[in-house]
Ligand binder design. Structure first.
Ligand SMILES: NC(=O)c1ccc[n+]([C@@H]2O[C@H](COP(=O)([O-])OP(=O)(O)OC[C@H]3O[C@@H](n4cnc5c(N)ncnc54)[C@H](O)[C@@H]3O)[C@@H](O)[C@H]2O)c1
Ligand SMILES: O=C(O)C1=N[C@H](C(=O)O)CCC1
Length: 233
């Protein structure tokens, strides 16, 4: 595939190295708002910044270029991106976390929230840890996890950073040097603690997931998730 990289920072460069190893060609490396010609690209992969993501996605959909987006912190406009994709009969996939492990972790989180839903003894604690250059907090992955808990556990109706409020999934966001991404969900009662945790050892898992998603999306139309790519039911 001929790939356009929208965002050529830590993730863009990791994707470039892995995509070349998988036999793909990088035809565009875009790292700012300058106008870029997408016509030589079979697909675009956006790992940029929250303020740029929706514009980049829109440009691709208007240009009939399938687009894989992993940028977090822009989801107030997600429904607009979905509507534009449908209007243009385009191809779009977004995931707050493209790694295979986290895609499975999302399913574990959902199942655990359902199982815990009637157990009043337990309170929940969600923690994410990332590197100090990360612009957004909480992480997109933590928000996806919290929203799924809210959808599947009868007690919780909202999420907030560092909160003791009733019916609230409290998220703690820590920033430490060189941490690629760690997410942990704890259910704590007076007598025990049950926890699930995902630890990324590098950015390669995110990059591989995004490339696999691009390979899968390139000849399709529609709006998809990583569950579609990995055929998880
Ligand atoms: N979904 C996932 O699996 C996943 C994994 C890792 C990171 N992320 C997200 O991806 C994004 C990028 O992460 P990163 O670690 O590569 O950040 P980074 O800061 O290293 O790179 C972002 C790059 O985007 C560039 N940029 C700024 N404006 C732009 C524009 N208009 N168009 C294109 N590029 C522009 C910046 O110059 C920078 O080089 C973040 O939102 C992060 O949360 C998602
Ligand atoms: O490094 C980042 O930034 C990451 N962002 C995503 C998020 O916000 O969840 C995924 C993990 C790494």
């Amino acid at each position: 595939m001929k790939i356009a990289l929208l965002g050529y920072g830590k993730m863009g460069k990791t994707i470039e190295a892995l995509a070349i190893k998988r036999g793909h060609t990088i035809v565009l490396r875009c790292d700012d708002t300058s106008e870029n010609d997408l016509k030589n690209a079979d697909i675009a992969i956006d790992f940029s910044i929250p303020e740029a993501a929706f514009n980049n996605i829109s440009k691709c959909l208007n240009n009939n270029t399938p687009i894989v987006s992993g940028t977090t912190g822009w989801l107030d406009k997600y429904n607009d991106a979905v509507a534009l994709c449908k209007d243009k009969d385009g191809a779009f996939i977004y995931a707050s976390n493209f790694s295979l492990g986290v895609t499975i972790f999302f399913e574990l989180n959902k199942t655990l929230a359902k199982m815990m839903s009637n157990l009043k003894e337990y309170t929940i604690d969600l923690e994410e840890i990332h590197h100090t250059q990360k612009l957004d907090a909480p992480s997109g992955t933590a928000i996806t996890l919290a929203e799924s808990i809210i959808d599947n556990h009868q007690k919780y109706t909202q999420w907030k950073l560092d909160s003791n409020a009733e019916n609230t999934v409290s998220i703690s966001a820590k920033r430490l040097d060189n941490v690629p991404g760690t997410h942990r969900i704890k259910y704590v009662s007076a007598v025990d603690t049950l926890e699930i945790k995902h630890t990324a050892h590098s950015r390669e898992g995110f990059a591989l997931g995004a490339i696999v998603a691009a390979e899968w999306l390139v000849d399709k139309t529609g709006v998809f998730t990583m569950k579609d790519v990995l055929n998880i039911r």
